[in-house]
Ligand binder design. Sequence first.
Ligand code: PHE
Length: 454
Amino acid sequence: MNDKKRSSFTGKIGFVLAAAGSAVGLGNIWRFPYLAAKYGGGIFLLVYILLAVTFGFSLMVTEIAVGRKTGVSAIEAFGRLDKRFTFVGYLASVVPIIILPYYSVIGGWVVKYLVGFAAGQGSAMADDAFFGQYLSSAAEPVIWFLLFIGVTAAVVMLGVEKGIEKVSKIMMPILIVLILVIAVYTIVSMDGALDGVVYYIKPDLSHFSVMTVVAAMGQLFYSMSLAMGIMVTFGSYMKKDISIEGSTHQIEIFDTGIAFLAGLMIIPAVFAFSGGDASALGKGPGLMFVTLPKVFDTMPGGTLIGAAFFIMVLFAALTSSISLMETIVSIFCDKLNMKRIPACLIVFGISVALGLLSCFGYSILSDVTVFGMQFLDFFDFFSNSILMPVVAFATCILVGCVLTPGAVIGEAEENGKHFRQKKLYSVMIRYIAPVFIVLILLSSILDFFGVVKI
Ligand code: PHE
């Protein structure tokens, strides 16, 4: 992106909405509930919230401030602050390239379920075996994936993101209402659902493991679109008179609130249908797709509600996939001096190639594993638990030790703004966050290579 052409968001609401549109997506609705179910319920929720208000807050303030201070996107920003940190910008830019393809594969699953409900096949989808059968067919998931990534690419290529964002602004509140309706319906009408609420809300230390923290941390990066340069880019568009601290709080509350509600919609339902059986809770990426159709099947008007639900989720997913692709395309344009359309086509090509691996990992390539993981799990794990912590660590070192936190605090206090949590911020970014990230990184690497099972 060219500095001179850099436009600004019109106001605080414009900035917060755009950043929230990128942050709220499948991460909140699909990924958060299955991790919370798998890694201990209430204890996962508690760890996640604690991390969000300390660590997530500090990192988001940092990224936005770095973007606004330098006025350029991530790949340039780090190098501008200190030449030795140029690599951080490049590393951060690799993350969306890995995430976009498999994100679009999940987006394809959403399209499949949307079409299924719209065609009145809701009951068939409520069958336990349905999701597995669908995934193991070689062709169908590929078609829906291509449709999803194709629409994403078309929107980015034609530059009509604004249109999607407008629709999404209407869809987002409806989605929140629907999630609430589904959650209340499940909890009130289904036997056993209340046990699920307890499991989800009440922290139980006996469910705690190191993986609870590893997973919560990875999820935090993913959900808040951190450690991949996206918030740096957003920050570069932010005007000086808008409060970085205030905006960060709003994005954080919004993003965590929606994730919390999504968990409340899914986990009690898992309990109602399985009695909280550990294998059902540990289902992983398929959890939402297996559980929700069963809820819709018992619900009056369930087919319609199911179709409406999946269409809202689709829009939330599209705003995120578009912002992922937009980021990659702008990197290609800036760094490789490419024109927009060829850059879009190349990014589309790379995404199709990597996405196909994730699709086939469940069907014809199901025997092939990378470090014992299927392709989709591998891409997810590698980006969230390895690359993002490395980027986050380097960011902390750059700001905490090289520039000193004062640089970010100064940026946050531009135009007479008061940075209320600056003490917490300084301590976090200088000491707690880097030490913590190294510990997390080491645990995930050890786990990754199967040295220890934690
Ligand atoms: N934060 C998004 C989500 O929760 C995913 C995403 C990551 C989107 C990075 C854009 C950029 O779904």
